[in-house]
Each structure stands twice: as C-alpha cells, then as structure tokens.
Design a protein around this ligand. Structure first.
Ligand code: SF4
Length: 506
C-alpha cells in the first residue's frame, strides 16, 4: 500500500486497497469482518481482488455511473488560480455544467465572488484518434495560459487518450518549460479503474508530485491541512477555537495553499474516501502527520477527531474546554430533536465513508437505520491506521446495519433495496437516485453541502432538515400515486437487487 510518487500515474484503488464495487452478503458487521481478513492474510478467494478475501459481485451491465476523469474535472476546475485542460473527446466534458454549478454554489456558500470555473477541452475527433492528439494538447495548454494567465495547468487524460497512447507526460513537460508554470498531467482514464474515487487519488498524486513544496523552509505549527469537498467552511471557526488555522484543500484552494501543505502541522479530513491518499502521502513523503481518528460525526466521533488534532498540535486544554462548551450547547437541542424524530426509519445512499458518518449522525438522533447503500468499499485506507476504520467505528459505536450493500448507484437495484426496508425517508448525496425514491413516495434529503452533517452542529442540522423534508411527504405520496416505474413486473417482484449478477456467476 506504500505510496509511490516516482511514477506519473497513480495506482488504482483496487490495486492499492482492494476496493470493491458490488457486495450484498448481509450486515455491515459482516463486511467489516471480511475487510479485517483482507488487510492481513492476503489470501484471495478466487473471485475477489488481489490480496483480498472480499468477494465481489459483477453485474452484467451498468445503467449509469461516473468515472475517475469526471472526479478530476470537479477537483481540478475547483482550484481557484489553475486551469483544467481535458484531453478528451468533447463528450467527456458533458459534466462540466454540473461541475460549474457546484463551483459557483460553493463560492457563494463561502462568501466569495461568484464566477465560472476555468476548463478547456482538446475536443479530440476521429482524425486525432488516428494521428494522435499531442499537438492539439500542447496548443490547448498554451491557449489556457494566454486566456487565463493561471498559476498551474492540470491535464485530465481520458479513455480516448489512453487508447491512442499519447505521450502526455512529455507533452506537458515541454510546454511547462516554455510557459514557466507547472503543467500537471493527471492520469485518470475512465476505464482504468472500476471506481470513480480513483480520480481523487489521481489529482492528489499530481499535486503531490508537482505542486507541494518538496523542501519547505519553515513549518507552520498552527496550520492544519483539511481535505474537503464543496461545502460551507465550518472548519475555520472550529479550528480557531483551538488556536489553529485551516488550510482548506483542494476545493477552492489557491496554488499557494497547495504548495504550503508540506509546511502544515497535520492533515485531516471529514471523509477518508476522499482523503486517504493525500493524508497518507503527506505523512510518508513530507513528514506531515496524518490525524488518525474516527471521522467527525456524532458526539463520539467529533470528540475523538478534535482530541487527535489537539494531541498532534499540543492544544489539549483548550480543546477540552471547546468540547465541553459544544456538548453543553448541542445536547439539549439534540434531545428535543430525538423526541420529534422518534420512531422514524431512514435509508442512507452515498459514497462509502461519508455514508458511514451519516448513519452515525442519524442514530445519534434516535433514527432507525436498517439499510445503507455505499457506492464502493475500501477494506482499508492508505495509511492502514485502525483508528480510521470508518465502517468498524460505525458498527462499534452505533450497532450493526442489517442490510448493508455496496453498489455503484444503479436505479434498477435501488428499487429492490428500498423494498427491503421501506424507510420513511432517504439521505443521499448524489441527486440521481432521488427521482426514483420520489416515485415510491419517499422524500429525500440531498446533502449537496458536504459540511452539513459534520461535527456537533451537524447533528442539529441533519435532524432539523429531516423534519423539514418529512413535511413534503404528502407531495411525494401524490407523485407515487400518479407515476410508474419503467421496469417489468418480473423485476418489480424480484427480492434480490443482485439477482442478475448472481445468475451470471451461476
Ligand atoms: S474518461 Fe472515459 S469513462 Fe470517463 S467520461 Fe470520458 S469516455 Fe467516459
């Protein structure tokens, strides 16, 4: 699992961590237990991943999804003074309007001037697929530099460039020498990894290789790197209580902020799916300690997260005082919310470690969570630290989840998954599954702002928002009464969401 920054391309998650994208064998505890085996013994089960005992289902088709390149788009075009060049056919840029919307929304959330993100495409055509696209790539980088005068250019490769074998690394180096700013190739061909979260690792790999200062002259003992997604900045005020400054990366960061990551006192995140590679590499290659603690969800997780930051930065006393103040402020409100939410059942469907955190918060609010869908599963994160076992923490702190499923957000399976548990509401992060839930009369709470359920205040946020969402129940019941699903009766009667995958193996 060691990080290797000498090669231009990052190893995929399935190679490094034994990541799987389909599992439906029962409970969260069972998956946690199987993941535990996969960390140590290295024995394969015959159909699982290299070095892993986790067995993985394989569906005969995919209804929809994302890819590593799409993730890199969102991440790179969210760096404030950089430009993204997509070396791809124009179709790979179809997601840019959504990325741009996220970018604009996050600027607004953080009180910054709203503008568009900066991205260009090389718009590869059939001719380029035959004769190569390197000249077009170099001209597009020069054009990005002329138009926007950025501090760095990131190149996202695509399936097409992987197939034709363009020498992107040399092309980038040549233009970098010409224009005098970092030109960072990010190898994120969609077909290379079966899960899109490899895109987080790919962009972080590029930043670590070419942007982060190799020999920082000074250490900033009060600076903490916080690896974030688009969301409100809840970190700056929280860390200020501890006498610390938050270096928020990559989302809405400047190149200067990325350069100084090696000067920080520690690195931490709210989501270890997102930050696994970054924080482990910063510790291994730059000596910046990774905070090894559960994620900051619910009282116990947030306490442990803050205390681990306090230990790494010698701020224990002031941190204990902050924790005591926050408990005194938040606990009475949470008690009231628990009364109002009593008897409710929720279902969580989102990225893996974020989902683990959200289930913890729902249970803190007294809500029953009998089912969860995570879009992939990493049996371990890059540093291998047991304190970062987010699934294990969920089970140990709050109990088991009876119907725990790994699947890449397929509509046709989501229908059967919801039939298993019949929840009162759904909590999701990616909007695509909401319309199906609505057609079944289930209201959804969409966590577009990734900071929403985080920390002590996050417990209150989530509880209050669930009450608001439940106020729309009648609207969703009306929708269900006047809509139908596009599936055959045989599939609607099917109890097993993975029946097609199991039939393919049999
Ligand atoms: S990189 Fe590949 S999988 Fe991703 S959008 Fe482009 S063609 Fe599709």
């Amino acid at each position: 699992m060691a990080i290797n920054l000498r090669t231009a391309a990052v190893e995929t998650r399935e190679q490094r961590l034994g990541t799987i994208t389909a599992w439906d064998e029962g409970t969260a505890a069972k998956l946690a237990e199987q993941s535990e085996y996969s960390r140590g013994c290295g024995a394969g089960c015959g159909v699982g991943n290299k070095g892993s005992k986790l067995c993985e289902l394989e569906s005969p088709f995919t209804q929809g999804g994302s890819c590593a390149e799409q993730v890199v788009q969102g991440q790179a075009s969210g760096i404030l003074d950089a430009v993204l060049v997509q070396h791809s056919p124009i179709g790979c840029a179809a997601n840019q309007p959504m990325n741009n919307t996220n970018f604009r929304n996050t600027l607004a959330r953080r009180g910054m001037a709203v503008r568009n993100s900066l991205a260009l495409s090389t718009n590869l055509t059939e001719r380029d697929m035959v004769y190569g696209g390197v000249e077009k790539l170099q001209e597009t980088i020069r054009e990005a530099y002329r138009r926007h005068n950025p501090k760095a250019v990131f190149i996202a490769t695509s399936c097409a460039t992987g197939i034709i074998g363009d020498d992107v690394e040399t092309a980038a180096r040549e233009v970098q020498e010409e224009i005098g700013i970092p030109v960072v190739p990010v190898f994120c061909e969609g077909f290379k990894s079966k899960h899109w979260s490899t895109g987080f690792d790919a962009i972080q790999h590029g930043v670590l290789r070419q942007i982060v200062k190799k020999n920082p002259g000074k250490k900033q003992e009060d600076l903490v790197n916080i690896i974030i997604l688009s969301g409100t900045d809840v970190y700056t005020p929280m860390l200020a209580e501890l006498g610390l400054r938050a270096n928020l990366v990559l989302n809405l960061a400047t190149i200067e902020q990325l350069e100084q990551m090696s000067e920080a006192a520690a690195s931490v995140s709210f989501c270890y799916t997102l930050a696994s590679y970054f924080t482990a590499a910063l510790e291994q290659e730059f000596g910046v300690p990774e905070i090894k603690a559960p994620q900051p969800y619910g009282f116990a997780g947030t306490d442990a997260w803050l205390r681990a930051i306090a230990r790494a930065t010698n701020r224990e006393e002031v941190t204990e005082a902050y924790i005591a103040r926050e408990h005194a402020r938040v606990r009475p409100i949470v008690e009231e919310l628990r009364e109002q939410l009593k008897g409710l059942t929720g279902y969580v469907a989102m990225g893996a470690s974020f989902a683990h955190g959200v289930v913890v918060v729902l249970r803190e609010l007294g809500i029953d969570v009998p089912g969860t869908l995570v879009f992939h599963h990493d049996p371990v994160y890059d540093s291998g630290a047991p304190e970062r076992d987010t699934l294990g923490h969920l089970v140990e702190e709050t109990g088991d989840v009876e119907n725990f499923t790994v699947g890449i957000r397929q509509h046709y399976q989501f229908y059967n998954l919801l039939q298993r548990v019949n929840p009162d509401f759904i909590v999701i992060r990616h909007g695509g599954l909401s319309p199906l839930a609505s057609r079944l009369g289930k209201p959804s709470l969409q966590l577009g702002d990734a900071s929403f359920p985080l920390g002590y205040q996050g417990i209150i946020n989530l509880g209050a928002e669930i009450l608001a969402v439940l106020g729309q129940k009648k609207f969703h019941e009306d929708l269900a009464a006047h809509s139908s699903l596009p599936y055959r009766r045989s599939w609607l009667d099917e109890k097993d969401p993975f029946a097609l995958a199991r039939a393919a193996v049999a």
